[in-house]
Ligand binder design. Structure first.
Ligand code: NAP
Length: 299
């Protein structure tokens, strides 16, 4: 069988990669987009994609060491200023300051991509209270804090599109009890806000990435996740790319998705339809199966 590369555009020039888009250049001209976690991985690819579609872009995360070089690099690539703001979604004052900085610089906020987040692998029984609280604070409460601040400061009065990055949550996600609970909460929150805010012109959707070959995979200790073998559990036999997740986020943020709200789009190469990555050994022997009868039936 023909081997599949992780990146379908591998080896192509920067120009060819930039051209590999279905989006009309300028379709987001005059719009302002805020991408949390926009200095790395999926967030940086999303900031680039939205910028190429014409939006003014703000990126934000905790570490200046992530945000400052990314803001410089994206500004150089797009030929206009991408504003980088150091902000922590777990801190309400920091979130309010981020929204205020966005409005002060660009005067509006049309698109919010809630992508900042993260977690660590841990069997549920070993999770500390601090570990659970911190993952929920980032991935559920933090996403809500940014949504609420953006909504109150701009979107409820002027409309907008929100895209929340979650994870595969329709099946269980062993090793990620904290994060999958938070992400499922964000998906339920999005379905709820989609209804509450529909008449205010605010659409809100989620993108649930499968396994993506991005900077985020470096956060797992060596040995905990073997990136080289993960393609085995994906029907397409390759990992996704940050650009492929960014393209789905950009679609949801764009006018092409104007009638789409409250949905979660899964972008996973078919992974959630198949396979398992948490082997559960079979007992020996497997339990005997007795087909039941009602008590009044003849044996
Ligand atoms: N890669 C995958 O396979 C995959 C699969 C499913 C879901 N996801 C999710 O997709 C999102 C992006 O992932 P990625 O692969 O691009 O990984 P990544 O590079 O680790 O991206 C996470 C980003 O979130 C920022 N961040 C973390 N905590 C934050 C906080 N409290 N406040 C503000 N920003 C914060 C980080 O920057 P700072 O450290 O500077 O704050 C970083 O830029 C994450 O939510 C991730 O969990 C990824």
């Amino acid at each position: 069988m023909k081997p599949t590369s992780t990146d379908p555009l591998a080896g192509r020039s920067a120009e060819a990669r930039a051209a590999a888009t279905v989006f009309q250049p300028g379709v987001l001209a005059g719009k302002v987009a805020l991408v949390t976690g926009g200095g790395t991985g999926i967030g940086a690819a999303t900031a680039r994609q939205l910028g190429r579609m014409g939006a003014e872009v703000v990126i934000a995360s905790r570490k200046a060491a992530n945000i400052e070089p990314a803001a410089r690099g994206l500004s150089a690539e797009l030929g206009r200023e991408v504003l980088g703001v150091v902000a922590d979604v777990r801190d309400r004052a920091s979130v309010d300051a981020l929204i205020a900085a966005t409005l002060a610089r660009f005067g509006r906020l049309d698109i919010l991509v809630n992508n900042g987040g993260g977690q660590f692998l841990c069997p549920a029984e070993a999770l500390s209270a601090r570990g659970w609280d911190s993952v929920v604070a980032t991935n559920l409460t933090g996403q809500w804090a940014v949504i609420q601040a953006a909504a109150n400061a701009w979107m409820l009065a002027n409309g907008g599109a929100i895209v929340n990055v979650t994870m595969l949550s329709r099946r269980g996600f062993p090793g990620m009890a904290h994060s999958v609970s938070a992400r499922a909460g964000v998906e339920a929150l999005s379905r709820t806000l989609a209804v509450e805010w529909a008449s205010r012109g605010v659409r809100i959707n989620c993108v649930a990435p499968g396994i993506v070959a991005s900077s985020g995979m470096r956060n797992y200790p060596e040995g905990a996740v073997d990136v080289q073998t993960l393609a085995r559990i994906i029907p397409m036999k390759r990992l996704g790319t940050a650009e492929e997740i960014a393209a789905t986020i950009a679609f949801l943020a764009s006018p092409a998705a104007a009638f789409l709200t409250g949905q979660t789009l899964t972008v996973d190469g078919g992974q959630s339809l198949w396979g398992d990555h948490w082997p559960i050994p079979d007992p020996e022997p497997l339990p005997h199966v007795e087909l039941p009868r009602e008590w009044w039936e003849e044996p």
